[in-house]
Design a protein around this ligand. Structure first.
Ligand code: B16
Ligand code: MG
Length: 235
């Protein structure tokens, strides 16, 4: 198998660069409780990477709530977002996940381009609070896309703005919807989190600390990551 070049790294934000996924869960759980039902961490897994309004629909379905008007849904989503933003006030540069800064540093010093591809409309606020904007070439977020993950739009837009082809990109994702979107974009995907939840990723790690030695120092490609057989990325 021919090894594809690695020219760009595209990162999801919530749950990959910074642990804001826990704040989303806290806010959705609070909303569920206010509406009179419990919402587990397992149920929350499907909301990861999915847009705010789609997340609300999934939450309401989990609680057996149907037939809400669009206006009521807007109100509930805004309420959740206000709580979420309240939790974000505690965010500082120290909340960037372990190994992320060092990984970004190595990427950039190896000439690899970097981007964020997030479904979140709060991405600019988060990036500002954790102060990593200067490590990134491009940011695409929920304010500039029409179709949410698992649609590949956010990843393709990031590659286009970076000026690279999809097959030279690696995507780093913590959500099944994001892994699927990156695969549909024709990119290679590293899942960050639990392997059984991210089964479609080409490789899964629990942290960037674990990834850095294998990934960067040797500048390896797909075959070295154990992806063999009829890869859609083979040319
Ligand atoms: P907001 P990511 C996603 O961000 C989150 O994973 C998902 O839980 C959230 O619903 C979505 O952003 C929209 O976020 O309500 O802040 O616009 O993981 O794609 O960086
Ligand atoms: Mg995420």
């Amino acid at each position: 198998m021919q090894v594809k070049p690695f020219e760009a790294a595209i990162f999801d934000l919530d749950g990959v660069i910074v642990d804001t996924a826990k704040f989303h869960y806290q806010a959705w759980k609070r909303l569920a409780e206010e509406l009179g039902f419990a919402f587990s961490e397992k149920e929350n897994e499907q909301l990861k990477g999915v847009s705010r309004m789609e997340s609300l629909d999934l939450l309401l379905r989990a609680g057996g709530i149907t037939n809400l008007t669009a206006k009521r849904k807007e109100t509930l989503a805004s309420r959740k977002n206000e709580w979420y933003k309240e939790y974000l006030t505690t965010l500082t540069p120290a909340d960037v996940l372990p190994g992320v800064r060092s990984f970004l540093h190595h990427l950039r010093s190896s000439g690899i381009k970097t981007a964020i591809a997030s479904a979140s409309k709060n991405a600019p606020l988060i990036l500002d609070k954790v102060n990593i904007g200067s490590w990134l070439d491009v940011v695409v977020d929920g304010n500039s896309i029409v179709k949410a993950k698992p649609d590949p739009e956010v990843f393709l837009q990031a590659a286009r703005l970076l000026g690279v082809a999809p097959f030279v990109c690696y995507v780093f994702e913590d959500a099944a919807a994001g892994v699927e979107g990156a695969i549909r974009a024709g990119m290679r995907v590293v899942g960050v989190g639990e392997e059984q939840l991210l089964a479609r990723a080409h490789l899964t790690v629990t942290s960037f600390e674990q990834l850095e030695p294998v990934f960067l120092l040797s500048r390896i490609g797909v075959s070295d990551l154990g992806v063999t057989g009829d890869s859609p990325y083979e040319q």
